[in-house]
Design a protein around this ligand. Structure first.
Ligand code: GLC
Length: 547
């Protein structure tokens, strides 16, 4: 164990060596400790100058992702879609929307990602489709009683003339989860009216989705992020949910008759057999909002899916006790099923973690280093590596989140994390493309661009690069299921990982003096004062130590 020198500072982040790029994607179990970077296609990079991100834009920036040090890229939907919910309303699961490119672009992107040693995961949206999907159009055209309607949830309404929705279910975007069509029947949509829910009691729906899985697996994708994975099966008879008066929360861990029904697991067992037919560890990650971590683990039994997002962790505030409980509960829940725990702080549905945790960049950086020190796999959302804040002052006329347009919706809560990335330059669109950007970027983002941060050892981008590089090389980081908590004062987290890594976190707003547990590897703040073998852990700071 080396004792840091008096008044030393944390080591400057090293620029990652491109020659140490990841091996070609062949390692089995790669997903157990993978860092998976979410690309939101419309906001990542615009290749054709129309102000909207696209697949050629993403392809041109893959070297950036390789150099950042992530293992895989998850692409949010790029399929043919009227974009009522930014592509989560799919009209054709086997076609690329022209605004994003062509099927050949998608194939080229997969090939190029693999060439660079990156894996590629695509989004699969099985709970619902678009109201422009051929099946739904047919269901509308063929009318009540037709077999085409059986693939969705069509019902007669309540009330004398069927003028009331069939039950009291609410849409996650606000308002009733049912819409009436001109012939008098109602159809179910847990999200926007343009997103009718499939009826997963119908064998054709099962067949179709297994075929869609194969379509993309045949094109080489490394897996799927399964949208609303907990929603496919509804409670028999579609019983009322009982109103609490509260708006349902996207990513909320609520108990409802249309979520987390036991019957959903049979679907994932059949999907697992499809995934296992293909070489090279193809995975599926569940977006499943469940009441407890134990319920989430059920999606990850050995014959089901591989990973699930850890929304219990995402929903935990910057509080040492709550974080420790969430970490322990997550690890404890996954151990019996042998699945890796995952960690996530930001995605395209929530307020960016910098803003959510209080607005302070120091805290956001500390939260990231804590997350990346935990055993298992971690998900990053594009732009968090630049320390981007939520954009909170978007004018109403540019907002596109469907919930914004529903009376009881969630205040357009998701546009602010979807603002296009700043890559370079002094003004909008900051190198996002040669045209504008579909959502305006703030006028003060020039210091946050990739270009401005590259090579600056104090920048958040270089912090991420160094941290991800260390995750690759240090035996105490990455896969596993154990953390050993060390004694620490209130508000401080300190844990050891097998492999000789100690992580200390100060969640308070006061500095704390502690004995140095080893040699500092990386700190989320630039200063690390050391005094007589003790060190000062600054407020909102995480430090990785090598024992
Ligand atoms: C998921 C997606 C979200 C989308 C919803 C409906 O929660 O992450 O963006 O609106 O499903 O598909």
């Amino acid at each position: 164990m080396t004792t840091p020198q008096p008044n030393s500072t944390a080591p400057a982040p090293e620029a990652p060596q491109v020659s140490e790029a990841p091996p070609a994607p062949q390692a089995p179990d790669w997903w157990r400790d993978a860092v998976i970077y979410q690309v939101y296609p419309r906001s990542f990079a615009d290749g054709n100058g129309d102000g909207m991100g696209d697949l050629p834009g993403i392809r041109s920036r893959l070297p950036y992702l390789r150099d950042l040090g992530v293992d895989a890229v998850w692409l949010s939907p790029f399929y043919a879609s009227p974009q009522a919910d930014a592509g989560y309303d799919v009209a054709d699961y086997r076609a690329v929307d022209p605004m994003f490119g062509t099927l050949a672009d998608a194939e080229g992107l997969i090939t190029e990602a693999h060439r660079l040693g990156l894996r590629l995961i695509v989004d699969l949206v099985p709970n619902h489709c678009s109201d422009q999907h051929a099946w739904f159009r047919r269901a509308l055209a063929e009318g009540p009683g037709s077999t085409a309607r059986d693939r969705f949830h069509f019902r007669k309404g309540r009330g004398e003339n069927g003028e009331q929705p069939p039950n009291d279910w609410e849409s996650l975007f606000g308002g009733p989860a049912w819409t009436r069509v001109p012939d008098g029947e109602w159809y179910l949509h847990l999200f926007a009216p343009e997103q009718p829910d499939f009826n997963w009691d119908h064998p054709a729906v099962h067949d179709e989705f297994r075929s869609i899985l194969r379509f993309w697996l045949d094109r080489g994708v490394d897996g799927f992020r399964v949208d609303v994975a907990h929603g496919l099966v509804k409670a028999p008879g579609l019983p009322d949910m009982g109103h609490t008066g509260e708006q349902l929360k996207l990513l909320g861990n609520q108990s409802l008759p249309f979520f987390d029904q036991d019957g959903v697991h049979a679907i994932y067992r059949t999907w697992r057999t499809v995934l296992d037919e293909y070489s090279g560890d193809r995975i599926a990650v569940a977006e499943a909002w469940t009441p407890t971590a134990e319920r989430t683990a059920r999606y990850l039994r050995p014959d089901e899916l591989h990973q699930a997002f850890n929304f219990h962790y995402l929903g935990t505030g910057w509080d040492a006790t709550a974080l420790r409980e969430a970490i322990d509960a997550s690890l404890d829940a996954m151990r019996p099923v042998g699945a890796p725990t995952t960690w996530v702080l930001s995605n395209h549905d929530v307020v960016r973690h910098r803003t959510r945790l209080g607005g302070d960049l120091a805290r956001a950086r500390a939260a990231t280093l804590l997350m990346l020190a935990l055993p298992g796999s971690a998900y990053l959302y594009q732009g968090e590596e630049l320390g981007l804040p939520e954009v909170t002052d978007l004018p109403d006329e540019v907002r596109q989140d469907p919930s914004f347009f529903r009376d009881t919706g969630q205040d357009g809560l998701r546009d602010g994390c979807r603002v296009p990335l700043p890559w370079a330059g002094e003004e909008q669109p900051y190198g996002f493309g040669s045209g504008g950007s579909w959502l305006p970027q703030p006028a003060d983002w020039a210091p946050l661009t990739v270009q401005a941060q590259t090579g600056d050892p104090a920048s958040t981008l270089e912090l991420y690069r160094t941290a991800l590089h260390l995750r690759r090389t240090h035996p105490g980081l990455g896969a596993g299921d154990a953390v050993e908590w060390l004694d620490a004062p209130d508000g401080i987290l300190s844990f050891r990982r097998p492999g000789g890594l100690v992580c200390t976190v100060n969640t308070t707003d006061a500095p704390v003096r502690l004995p140095a547990p080893g040699r500092p590897l990386l700190s989320s703040s630039s200063q690390l004062p050391v005094l007589d073998g003790d060190f000062i852990l600054s407020p909102d700071t995480t430090i990785w130590w090598e024992e």
